[in-house]
Design a protein around this ligand. Structure first.
Ligand code: GDP
Ligand code: IMO
Ligand code: MG
Length: 429
């Protein structure tokens, strides 16, 4: 068994999509298990760029079957838009290569309105993607209000749930934009289009496991945005950590062999919330410019910071990383010095654990180690021998701190811009 989880080790946008696409070459199945269309996963193939919000990043591999598990929240407008865009880009999506869980919850148009309403009444500016993610997961947990994909296929159930929701959310819906008749008509059409994709994905995954299919589990968001372990309340509304693979697909932990965390060589964060290693504005702008750090879903500028090893070790512990893929090393090509945060200074003492209190975190000042830059371009590197010693030293420093191997690095957005430093850790066969 060689099933592999690929998930975000930081605050999202670590290049999970690219890594998943690379590993999907040898995978039979790629499955998403949490999040929704708040995700934006970019894959670059030559002059073609694909941005996927809901469909797993195995879709560009013709032989790979893609699964949207029960833990995902599904916006059907986004889904069909994505299927149509992929078709226009020459990628076939059908019920053969895309299976969607009947247990997954639906994001409905009123969820965005509720999100807007809640934001208006709250002093906390989370800076969400405004996709209705929070209200949809809240409805799921609340049990009375949640609408599952299976309900849509039993349309009377859908109609009843819709009436309940429009009634109980009437305050928020004063903001407008949701019409019961239009919604019913639209979703009747969606139900017909969706039906072929709807699958008992629990049974599907277990048949695949029994047949020893090679499975990749693709995370969305990142560890520091996890509802339990992230910088609450500046987080998303799902568990983005490895445990969610089991609950978001209905498989046991023994079905997972390896967990690969994806980490940039630095850190970015989009939206509000604490960010201990955020760079000085001049450097922040420079890194954003070189790394093209703009949100794939909302186009917002991403805040940039130095690599935070306190946060990364916290992520390694929570997820049980067996390896880390380090991405965007090329963004550092021109810098003469690099900083890595090795501890936080709090009330005069150094600490290396990540605090739960935002007040404590706010008082934590990063303690940096300075490492030399390599000052040569990495973007053409393809083999381990092409990587300069100083880049290796940077990677080795992080490996030693975390005690987790970094067998694979990314040196540019393209599928081909990847270098395997140690093949023994990255074999999916
Ligand atoms: P994801 O959400 O984790 O899949 O990541 P995103 O797609 O949101 O953001 C990663 C961005 O960096 C995308 O624009 C990628 O095309 C780009 N990218 C991926 N790997 C590299 C890399 O190694 N170097 C550079 N310069 N860009 C990369
Ligand atoms: P991928 O999968 C980066 C952030 C939002 C906001 C917070 C809550 O591409 O890495 P939400 O809409 O989920 O309620 O917003 O989480 N966020 C992401 N940041 N990458 C993502 O996904 C994100 N998905 C949500 O910016 O701070
Ligand atoms: Mg992204």
């Amino acid at each position: 068994m060689s099933n592999l989880v690929i998930l975000g080790a930081q605050w999202g946008d670590e290049s999970k999509g690219k890594l998943t696409d690379v590993f999907a070459e040898n995978a039979d199945i790629v499955a998403r298990y949490q999040g929704g269309d708040n995700a934006g996963h970019t894959i670059v193939l030559g002059d073609k760029t694909f941005i996927l919000h809901l469909i797993p990043s195995g879709i560009l591999r013709p032989e790979t079957i893609n699964v949207i598990g029960n833990g995902v929240v599904v916006n059907l407008e986004t889904l069909f838009g994505e299927i149509d865009r992929l078709h226009a880009q020459g990628i076939a999506v059908s019920s053969e290569n895309l299976k969607i869980s009947d247990r997954a919850h639906l994001i409905l148009p009123y969820h965005k309105t509720v999100e807007q309403w809640e934001q208006m009444g709250s002093g906390t500016k989370i800076g969400t993607t405004a996709r209705g993610i929070g209200p949809t997961y809240a409805d799921k947990m609340n049990r009375h209000a949640g609408v599952r994909i299976g309900d849509l296929l039993e349309f009377d159930n859908f109609r009843k749930k819709l009436d309940y929701n429009l009634d109980t959310k009437a305050d928020a819906l004063q903001l407008g934009g949701v019409d019961r008749h239009i919604l019913l008509d639209t979703y009747r059409g969606y139900a017909a289009r969706l039906a072929p994709y709807v699958t008992d994905t629990v049974a599907f995954m277990h048949e695949a496991l029994a047949a020893e299919k090679r499975i990749l589990f693709e995370g969305a968001q990142g560890t520091m945005l996890d509802i339990d372990f992230g910088t609450y309340p500046y987080v998303t509304s799902s568990n983005c950590t490895a445990g969610a693979v089991c609950t978001g697909l209905g498989i046991g932990p023994k079905a997972i062999a390896k967990v690969m965390g994806v980490s940039k060589a630095y850190v970015t964060r989009v939206g509000g919330g604490p960010f201990p290693t955020e760079m000085h504005p001049d450097l922040d702008e420079k890194i954003r410019d070189i790394g093209q750090e703009y949100g794939a879903t909302t186009q917002r500028p991403r805040r940039c910071g130095w690599l935070d090893l306190v946060a990364l070790r916290y992520a390694a512990r929570i997820n049980g990383f067996t390896a880390i893929a380090m991405t965007k090393l090329d963004v550092f090509d021109t810098l003469d010095e690099l900083q890595v945060c090795v501890a936080y200074r709090y009330q005069g003492k150094e600490r290396t654990t990540f605090p739960s209190s935002l007040q404590v975190l706010d008082e934590c000042k990063p303690v940096y180690e300075t490492l030399p830059g390599w000052q040569q371009p990495l973007t053409e590197a393809r083999a381990s021998e092409d990587i300069p010693q100083r880049t290796r030293d940077y990677v080795a420093y992080v490996e030693a701190y975390l005690n987790v191997p970094i067998p694979i690095i990314s040196v540019g957005p393209d599928r081909a811009q990847i270098v395997t430093l140690d093949a023994s850790h990255v074999n999916l066969r």
